[in-house]
Write a protein of this length. Sequence first.
Lengths: 247, 135
Amino acid sequence: MDPRVSVVDKRLAGIERIIAVTGGKGGIGKSLTSSVLALTLAQLGYKVGLLDLDMSAPSAHVILGIDGIFPEEEYGIIPPEVHGISFMSICYFTGDEPAPLRGEDITNAMLELLAITRWGALDFLIVDMPPGIGDAAMDVIRWLKRAEFLILTTGSKVALVTVKKVIQMLQELQKPIVGVIENMKMRESGLVRDELSAYNVPLLGAIEFDMDLEDKIGDAAALAESTMAARLTEIVIQDPRFKLSQN
Amino acid sequence: MHEWALAEAVIEAAVEDARKEGMTRIREITVRIGELQQIELDPFTFALDEIIKLHGELLQHAQVKLEDEPAIFKCRVCSTEWHYQKASLNEAEGEAIHFAPEVAHAYMRCPRCKSPDFEVLQGRGVTIQRITGLK
């Protein structure tokens, strides 16, 4: 018997809301949005954690410019606080080495992180979900019982075709969906609204494509001033779905 | 001490299973310790003892039996099998694997064909083999 699954709930018990950022396709900005959302919430005064669950290609540390730190060991491992965010990723252990992990390895590595990481009390834990709806994503959905899903799409039919499957699957599993954000919006179009109208999910807003965003990667202060951060701040402040129970 | 977190997982899982099985007392928990994770036994057993004390009657007289499991790897490319002792790891690499054994794929290679595509046949980490008790 694998004992680790039994302790996951306990590790997450001090967290008020777990927001899992997902979307069907790779390359739609899950890691960037997760990282900037965590920064935004931290700047608004919330206690925030960020968990990068991309085991093969973790990138949140690159986005936030996190380097040269290692978690503290204390009855488990304590995520280091960087830019006001408690941050956990497999990158602490793999460094820059490629770690070619197969499905079972990915499952094991994610479960290990969930079982040994002591988050303490947080308002929000932002989870950068594994891409797609394969083994890894299904494992996370099963283990993070209290997760609410924030779905990213772009205004492309190619992204939307998969996003619809993700929504359908989450709804079948009766998992709460915070809403959908359109990322990298390049032009006015009703495509996202029209394509998702049948699914009864809140459309939270859109983040415009930002030609300068790439230059801000690795610089948390610059990212906090980006258009993406501004849009996410609007969404978080204005949308009641981001309120904590005590607010 | 990261061993504490794993010990907590063992006890949580044992309690959960015992309740599911309708046990009123757990007599013995047999835990297998996979070599790859390089668990330090003293802090691990200390943590198990301390956590057991925090639980009530269900674990009052529970014994934990530890079994070692050697780590064996098999290359998916050339089918070579090898043992952990053959892996030449430095201290930092061993430490990283201790926290998340899958990162062995970043630091270990098949001794014959140098592929990182191998499976851990046995001895990955901590598993519960048996729980016995009274119903």
